[in-house]
Design a protein around this ligand. Structure first.
Ligand SMILES: Cc1cc2nc3c(=O)[nH]c(=O)nc-3n(C[C@H](O)[C@H](O)[C@H](O)COP(=O)(O)OP(=O)(O)OC[C@H]3O[C@@H](n4cnc5c(N)ncnc54)[C@H](O)[C@@H]3O)c2cc1C
Length: 582
């Protein structure tokens, strides 16, 4: 391809996560010619590493299970949660179109869903919080259906897998945690692992795709089925404009620069700014040099979409309550540094609520309800950190806990602990005092904290932070094991039998919230609030409709999928309320 090489399409999508692919698949079904440009050698972005959960109140799977609610209920929940950041017009656009989006994908495409009918919103004490029925997850997907394109699908974040095999949240994860205790779980796991090893021999990677990996795979399959193209190794570097309208972009492909003309629009979906030091410095107060934020987001997400949007006249919002979806992250040294770096950023999403773990600062004190959402956990840590000090904490447990649930990247029994101790990732002490010394924690205070905590476990009443006090806390706990041990609170168990273990967590995120200001059609707005013709934003390049709040799991992928669906309809000139796709 020479420098004059051009391609043409109706929609050019820049970035291949959920934000981009949702719009791409919808547009292709509406008859538009679609090109997706991806910077990395593999498509999928952070979405391919994610849990694949989407917050979509009043979705068809919930309704079929008899969970019905008026749109005013989730709307009121958002109103209470978001306070002065609540934007009713955007919230209504999302709530009206979310169920349509799910209906379209499950009826017309390769993407199928499993329900989240038992998954509560994060804040059970907020009025109109639901105890279930407001989310869906991508159903498992057989990667072999992608044929050759399986090989440029991003693999799951290695440290969250077992030998590269993703583990679905919910029932499947429970089987893995119970594999040494229940015959049914043992056989389930054995079958899965054997099939995975066979896949590695035959396909050089796993094909039993779950969670976000299944979401991307199903979206990619659906796009390819409709003649859409996905170009990898093709970063967009510049927007093309004509008299105030965005008309395409320049891609840097392995064959050289290509001008892509897009008749209906360009959608920016480059995954926000989790690895853009300059933007982090501006928008994240805890990262004064831009380095003190270790996002678990895909490393290719370096803020390109926001810069491209600004070059087209767009504006990045700087007034969110929190500019990123915070999460505690531990830094995992890698034996074989790949394109994703020599240190993995492991997000702690699963073990914090299980009975027998506490989180302490270097002072040896607890600072929060460990079973709260990752975002709330980090907000508490930031609040507990004296100014000028680095926000960091230790997740701490005893031997029984770590063998039962693992700790961060450390897997439960029968996987060995030794390699993690050798790398210094995992700290151990035969006594609490010894562990405190290994971590640099105040030993006396830690012993007092653990003694006080253990005493509260018998009653199951966390007088200090209310652990186990919400449906979300409790579902993240382990009611079965807690009951078997006579513990009344599924999130609280004593830390009592040495050796003791700890892993350090620092400030990270699952992605970023602050993005380009948009209207209800996902069109990027200029400084005067006018829509820029031909320019749309999706996923985390679009300013989060939650205003920096985090009311429920799935509040990035739910809106990402929904506004992608809306944007495609807008480009096709069709009102989604009357779409023939549903
Ligand atoms: C472990 C983990 C679990 C998570 N679980 C959930 C969950 O269950 N539910 C939920 O809602 N959220 C979850 N999240 C957050 C969620 O995954 C992200 O917010 C979401 O995937 C972002 O989607 P996106 O489309 O904006 O970006 P991405 O999926 O990151 O895709 C962006 C793509 O753009 C590409 N790109 C960047 N620059 C360019 C360029 N110049 N040209 C072309 N391409 C470019 C990137 O390489 C990347 O592939 C999770 C995150 C993590 C890390």
């Amino acid at each position: 391809m020479g420098t004059q090489h051009t391609l043409d399409c109706d929609l050019l999508v820049i970035g291949s996560g959920a934000g981009g692919l949702s719009a791409a698949v919808t547009a292709a079904h509406l008859g538009l010619k679609v090109i997706v440009a991806e910077k990395d050698p593999q498509y999928g972005g952070t979405t391919a590493w994610s849990g694949g959960w989407m917050w979509v109140p009043r979705n068809p799977l919930a309704i079929e299970a008899g969970i019905t609610e008026d749109a005013e209920k989730p709307l009121s929940y958002l109103r209470h949660e978001l306070g002065d950041r609540f934007d009713e017009t955007r919230a209504r656009a999302f709530l009206d179109n979310g169920p349509r989006m799910v209906e379209f994908f499950r009826r017309k495409t390769a993407l199928q869903f499993i329900d989240g009918n038992a998954i509560p919103d994060f804040h059970g004490h907020t009025p109109y919080a639901a105890t279930g029925g407001r989310s869906v997850c991508a159903a498992p997907f057989d990667g072999r259906r992608l044929g050759e394109r399986l090989h440029d699908l991003k693999t799951p974040l290695e440290e969250t897998t077992l030998w590269g095999m993703g583990i679905a949240s919910g029932a499947e994860l429970r089987h893995f945690l119970n594999a040494l205790h229940q015959a049914a779980s043992f056989w389930y796991v054995t079958k899965k692992v054997l099939r995975h090893w066979r896949d590695l021999l035959v396909h050089r990677r796993g094909t039993q795709l779950v969670n976000g990996n299944a979401l991307v795979a199903a979206l990619a399959r659906s796009l390819l089925d409709r003649g859409g193209q996905i170009l990898v190794n093709s970063p967009a570097t510049r927007l093309l404009k004509d008299e105030g309208r965005v008309t395409g972009a320049v891609l840097h492909t392995p064959q050289g620069p290509v001008r892509v003309q897009a008749r209906r629009g360009v959608l920016l979906a480059c995954g926000g700014f989790p690895h853009d030091e300059q933007r982090k410095r501006q928008l994240l107060p805890h990262a004064p040099t831009g380095k003190e934020h270790w996002s678990a987001g895909s490393r290719g997400n370096t803020g390109d979409g926001l810069r491209l949007g600004e070059s087209g006249g767009g504006v990045v919002a700087n007034d969110l309550v929190q500019a990123a979806a915070l999460a505690p992250v531990s830094l995992v040294p890698r034996a074989n540094p790949g394109s994703e770096g020599s240190v993995a950023h492991f997000p702690h999403l699963i073990e914090r609520a299980k009975p027998g773990l506490i989180a302490v600062t270097a002072r040896g004190e607890r600072f929060t309800n460990e079973a709260n959402s990752y975002h709330d956990f980090m907000q508490s840590l930031l609040a507990a950190t004296p100014s000028g000090q680095t926000p960091e904490a230790w997740l701490l447990c005893d031997h029984d806990f770590i063998r039962c649930y693992g700790l961060g990247a450390v897997k439960p029994a029968p996987m060995p602990l030794t390699p993690w101790l050798g790398k210094g990732y995992l700290k151990r002490g035969d006594t609490l005092a010894e562990l405190a010394r290994a971590c640099g924690i105040d030993a006396q205070c830690l012993q007092a904290t653990v003694q006080h905590y253990n005493a509260m476990c018998a009653q199951g009443n966390d007088k200090d932070f209310g652990k186990g006090g919400t449906p979300y806390n409790r579902i993240q706990g382990d009611a079965i094991r807690a009951t078997a041990r006579g513990l009344p609170n599924p999130c609280m168990g004593p830390v009592e039998r040495g050796p003791f273990y700890a892993v350090k967590v620092v400030v990270g995120s699952l992605g970023t919230f602050a993005g380009l200001r948009v209207n209800t059609q996902a069109q990027v707005l200029d400084a005067r609030g006018q829509a820029i013709a031909g320019l749309y934003a999706g996923g985390n390049d679009m300013n989060s409709m939650m205003g920096g709040h985090y009311p429920a799991g799935g509040i990035t992928l739910g809106p990402a999928m929904t506004f992608g669906f809306i944007a495609a309809h807008h480009m096709a000139g069709i009102d989604p309320a009357h779409s023939h796709l549903i």
